[in-house]
Design a protein around this ligand. Structure first.
Ligand code: ZN
Length: 333
């Protein structure tokens, strides 16, 4: 795997140094490289919605802004990811679309099949664990796979501008960010402003189970996946509209760092209500709780499971630091 990445990096560097190579039409057999699709760009939306899962669902480019191109269905993409993870777990990864031909194909534009929000943890290499290639995955990696302003904006770019039909929010076992909140670990710098997004999930997991500390982590990891989807739908009218119109499917997932296996969780249990609320113009109480945080602290304890709801970490610093970044909530689209 490392060799593949190294080769890709070297080839990318070579292309930067030798731009003429990009016009040379050079192709590499590689392993699993895909030829560019000649799929029609303007098939009907109905055809897109009812497209059967294809063996090469990647081949058709996704929609790009106002150019309504037809790509794979959310279900077809999800099936590809499930199959890719199965190959990875069995040690039979194909490392598709990692060759020079793919680099050349994607140099003029990206048409990823899926947007993924996952953790920055070094043990969660998204493309590898799903056996996907260059240009396949539009990825947001942030500690604790949280969805705050920057992450939501990035997701919106992926699902709306790049038109990925599927969004996966992927937590993982033994997540350090979630663990820090569960155990009330002392964290400094800007970390309190990051992990405050995890607090409500930890509180819920505690309420449901009565567990605390490290024993709470597995449940909190799952709750945190739902929290991120909740925060995204609560603050992104763009995303809510795409889900409402059937153009986007959002699923949760948990990656097991000890087995390599992805557990697919499906849609948020309250997705319909969240989408409806957002489309009616209501951000939820989570946003209100953000706006009410008044006391900045650059050095704080991460939320414990008993005080998570009350603003575990003071976050006025976040507000100050992000004063120039208005939340997308309520923005017409
Ligand atoms: Zn993590």
């Amino acid at each position: 795997m490392n060799n593949s990445y190294l080769r890709a990096a070297l080839l990318a560097a070579l292309l930067l140094c030798l731009p003429g190579l990009a016009q040379a039409g050079h192709s590499s057999s590689g392993h699993g490289g895909h030829a560019k699709s000649s799929a029609p760009k303007h098939s009907s939306p109905k055809a897109q919605k009812h497209a059967a899962p294809a063996a090469d669902a990647h081949a058709a480019p996704a929609s790009h802004g106002a150019e309504a191109a037809v790509g794979p269905s959310p279900e077809a993409v999800l099936l590809e990811l499930i199959e890719g993870n199965r190959r990875f777990v069995k040690g039979r990864s194909l490392h598709p679309r990692m060759d020079l031909q793919r680099i050349l194909e994607t140099s003029s534009g990206q048409h990823p099949k899926v947007s993924i929000v996952s953790c920055a943890d070094s043990r969660v290499p998204v493309e590898l664990l799903l056996d996907q290639g260059i240009g396949d995955v539009f990825t947001v990696r942030v500690a604790g796979n949280v969805c705050d302003t920057d992450e939501i904006g990035t997701v919106e770019y992926g699902v709306e501008h790049l038109g990925t039909p599927l969004l996966v929010v992927m937590g993982h076992t033994s997540c350090g960010a979630v663990k820090a909140v569960c155990t009330g670990a002392e964290v400094g710098g800007s970390i309190p402003l990051l992990v405050d997004n995890i607090g409500p999930a930890v509180e819920r997991a505690h309420e449901h189970s009565g567990l605390s500390g490290e024993a709470l982590v597995p449940l909190a990891v799952e709750e945190n996946v739902w929290q991120s989807i909740h925060d995204l739908l609560a603050h992104s009218a763009i995303t809510a509209e795409l889900v409402h119109s059937g153009k986007l499917k959002i699923v949760g997932a948990i990656y097991d760092i000890s087995s390599g296996e992805v557990q697919w969780l499906g849609s948020h249990p309250d997705e319909e209500a969240l989408v409806s609320a957002r489309l009616r113009g209501h951000a939820d109480s989570h946003e209100d709780s953000h706006s009410e945080k008044q006391h900045a602290s650059a050095h704080s304890h991460a939320a414990s499971n008993t005080d998570a709801a009350s603003g575990i970490v003071s976050a006025s610093g976040k507000q100050a630091a992000r004063a120039d970044k208005a939340r997308p909530a309520g923005r017409p689209h």
